[in-house]
Design a protein around this ligand. Sequence first.
Ligand code: ASP
Length: 448
Amino acid sequence: MKVVKFGGSSVADASQLRKVTEIIKSDEERKAIVVSAPGKRHSDDTKTTDLLIALGESVQVSGQNEDLYNQVVERFASIIRELEVSESVLEKIKQNIDQACDLLKTDSKRGMDAIKSCGEDGTARILSAYLNKRELESYYVNPKEAGILVSDEPGGALVLDESFERLYTLRERQGVLVIPGFFGYTLQDELVTFSRGGSDITGSIVAAGMKASLYENFTDVDSVYCVNPMIVDQPKELKALTYREMRELSYAGFSVFHDEALIPAFKEKIPVCIKNTNNPGGEGTMIVSDLPEREGYVAGIASDSGFINLYVSKYLMNREIGFGRRLLQILEEEGISFEHAPSGIDDMSVIIREHQLPLEKEEIVKERIINELNVDTITIERDMAMIMIVGEGMNEAVGIASKAATAFRDANINIDMINQGSSEVSMMFGINSADLEEAVRSLYRAFF
Ligand code: ASP
């Protein structure tokens, strides 16, 4: 039994949904289908989720924007018209959006999650109706009915363990089940969404709960590439990689798969296959537990910008008990989460995502660190990029760091920071954002 997830571009319009239908019909094992909200139909288009967020914000700020409301409704109406699905589906979708807009007037957090969920909910209702029209018995299954229980963290929910047992019972249900991705319900019955791109997470949770033999994740690329194809032309395709490698790569810029989506599938050892809706016959990329055979030790090179390096130094820091804790506590009290914290004898860097430390908070944080920790120096450097070289086999290989350092030297790029996680699955380099693309190309030449 397979669980299949279709991303935004796979359900962007009626013709894509027809392809999706063929894919589902071509394999009887495709039992549970998880869908995203309609994504972009062309590069200048807007994702339905972004339209819904803008609509939600308009309700909060200046009263419901009718133009946005009509745009959202038309996204669904045009699909329904073309697929000749019953008008009652559109009525239900509109009712959902109206209820979310009402809720927004009294409860902005809950209302925002409710309106964001309307995209995937609408797609699931349409697809299920269309599958029935195409003579495939199908049911729309709301995440509440499916048993997807989540923590009460609006816009950033985490799945609760109780969900998995409940999801297992879906195996007994008749027909093909279509479940909207991206949201679940708290124990108090409140609708809460995962973080952006979270339909991948739903797919993984459903696959784990139903103990599927495979989790297929359909997107719009033939496979995962070993490096961002926007930076390197026609890079090598990855036939297979491990969960840990995928987690590291997607954390650092590989946008094909949500970085939080791997854990549920990984725990149940369910292989994940990334495939292309526009080329379903292609092999795709498999994500598995055991290290696949490959040439060389490096699986991929990921890169992402938008980091800050908060650097402090203080003579004899190594002898000051509790320094690191107090530094991180200041960040905790200011509501800032950090990504990495490499340290030296007398100094420590804390790498933070830029949105965690907006300019208006910078002075407060700086003042507190100076006053409370008596540091000798403190600098906050913005515009930092991270490049990560990822590969499970790297822990046995000699010379990876030197090869990487040579690649940076060849490109005449200064490395600001090096960090190798204890897992040795990855090695990370901090550089100036302006050098990012050149550095990635140079590393690609060196390793591939
Ligand atoms: N529609 C949601 C988003 O755009 C979730 C998803 O597509 O996975 O973030």
